[in-house]
Design a protein around this ligand. Sequence first.
Ligand code: ADP
Length: 505
Amino acid sequence: MEVIVSDQQPQTAAAKAFLAAGAKKMLIGGDWSEAESGERLDSRDPANDSVLGSVPRGGAADVDKAVKAARQAFDNGVWRNMTPDDRGRILWKVAELIESNIDELAELETLDQGKPLFVGRWAEIPGAAMQFRYFAGLTSKIQGETITPSINYQPPGKNIFAYTQKEPIGVVGAITPWNSPLVLEAMKIAPCLAAGCSMILKPAEDTSLTAIRLGELILEAGVPEGVFNIVTGLGPEAGQALVEHPDVDKITFTGSTATGRTILETAARSNLKKVALELGGKSPSIVMDDAEMDIAIPGVANAIFFNTGQVCVAGSRLYIHKAVYDKVLAGVADIATNMKLGHGLDPDVQIGPLVNRTQADRVKGYIDGGIAAGAEVVVGGEQCGDTGNFITPTVIANTRQDMSIVQEEIFGPVVVAAPIDSIDDVPAMANASRYGLAASVWTQDISRATRLASAIKAGTVWINCHLMFDASLPIGGYKESGWSRDSGIQAIDHYLETKTVCAVV
Ligand code: ADP
């Protein structure tokens, strides 16, 4: 397939100015810095491989400087001892600044990541602002408990008084992926700063530009110097140095299960810092025979093709009741066939490039492996564009549960379909995965829906919808999809320690 990637330029003056300003720097202790090594990494537009700019290739020395700055800002209390109300006002201001710069941020995200403009403009960047507003409101709701213990050996005439107090955990390292950069960064920065911690963010090497712009906005909002730092660079260099650093109290990570495992091992070998992991998925979309077809068919197509399939909770396994199998498969294939591929800045484009050639080759490799194992490509399956970074939306049938295309996370616009005979088969099929991130169930029967929602081992189950995100809804996984949850009221607890104070008075 021919993909026309015309020379798309950003429309906003602010995006043009940000790019024209040239080489970007890292944020350490309130200063914009080069890497100690002086080395840089190119930022590329994945639609045409043109160079957008460059970022410093940070390493262990830069991480050490950033950790020292974050530690100093934590210890001097400039942020954690600010009143919760004042901290909340500043985080609220970050949300407002994201919103007032939303067109610029959406264009930069599309240029750097490849995503269709509407994904950033209408879903992810409003979602990032919402994270800051949600956790701004929680700064003033961090509270412990008073407890009445049953200890009976205190001195006569004395009473026991006990309470818990919540304290910020300290210096946090956040390591984030390239698929939805800004919103996934916001899901970590907002609760972390709301709790009173300091942070060093290591954004993904392919998509660091909007993190740098966000850093500017965070400073502009009034977050004190050293509280929020950014070290750009490669995972095995800057990322690993952050995980190894003995003065980092916690790592919060979103990315692949393989890298999550490496991070866990590294953290265990260093200071046993706490680790939160939001990892991969292979989430089933399950369409029953009584589903509302005009909602279910576009719904399950969107579940896999949104953001070009580069979504950890994408509905990448499609299980369809045999009575409606042909209809649903044909409907999803039809949508896939008619989607427009191209540069994400073209407002009509629904499928952009994958983030880089390595990722596109990987996705194509899965498709070819599936064909070799006997699966049938109903539609799509092509790698295209001058750069080879595009994959046509792909629907694959004739699959078996043991195929790697059914078991492994492809992270591209590729869905594998299989029929189901009855509702009784669904839990076993849905749960036959090492992942447990999300699922969706499409049926008008509420008792079927809630029964399946209980039986499916996943952190999120959507009913008659998929990809419904909100700062109030926890997201995270069962099984090898990770530990702990981002978003939701409990997310702030991941950045807090509980101290028990027990007194005889
Ligand atoms: P991918 O392999 O698709 O790039 P990853 O899960 O490896 O996805 O990347 C997510 C984030 O993890 C990125 O910011 C990346 O730089 C970082 N990363 C990769 N390897 C390591 C590592 N060994 N230690 C720490 N961070 C890493």
